[in-house]
Design a protein. Structure first.
Length: 142
C-alpha cells in the first residue's frame, strides 16, 4: 500500500468509490469535479489516497479553515477494509493538519453508520453531545 496526495486526475475513480460506499452522502454541487478541484486548490496537502496494486483502495477528503480541520469524506474499498488502509489515511490527514498548525479535527457520521462510529472512536474521536448539526443551502445544493 502506498499513501499519496489526492490529485484531481483521481476524481473519476474516487467518485466511484464514494458512490459505492455505504454511509457517504454525496451532493453533486459540492462533490462535482469542479467543486473538488476548488477544494484541492484550497487544501492541497491534506487529502490523500491509498493505492494498492495500482488502484485506489481508499481516500480521505480533509481540509481546514485555518482554525479547525474537517474530514468530509473517507472511504475504503470493501476489499481493503480492516487492513489498515483507513488508519493510514487518517494518520496522513491528521499529520498534514498538524503540520499546518491545526489541532482539532471534526467529522460528521450518519447515526446509522455504526462501523464508521466505531472506527472513529478507536482513533480517539469522541461524540459531541453538546451540539446539534445544522445546515443551510445557499443555492441549488443538497
Amino acid at each position: 500500500m502506498f499513501i499519496r496526495n489526492l490529485k484531481i486526475s483521481d476524481y473519476d475513480e474516487v467518485y466511484k468509490l464514494w458512490s459505492r460506499t455505504e454511509g457517504i452522502c454525496l451532493c453533486y454541487s459540492s462533490d462535482s469535479l469542479a467543486a473538488i478541484e476548488r477544494f484541492l486548490l484550497r487544501n492541497p496537502n491534506t487529502c490523500f489516497v491509498a493505492e494498492a496494486a495500482g488502484r485506489i483502495a481508499g481516500v480521505v477528503l480533509c481540509g481546514h479553515d485555518g482554525r479547525c480541520g474537517s474530514i468530509y469524506h473517507m472511504a475504503v474499498d470493501n476489499a481493503h477494509r480492516s487492513s489498515g488502509v483507513g488508519k493510514a489515511l487518517f494518520e496522513a490527514a491528521a499529520n498534514a493538519l498538524k503540520s499546518e498548525g491545526i489541532h482539532n479535527i471534526s467529522i460528521s457520521v450518519l447515526k446509522s453508520n455504526e462501523d464508521a462510529i466505531k472506527f472513529w472512536q478507536a482513533e480517539g474521536f469522541t461524540l459531541n453531545s453538546d451540539t446539534v448539526s445544522m445546515k443551510y443551502t445557499v443555492t441549488g445544493g443538497c
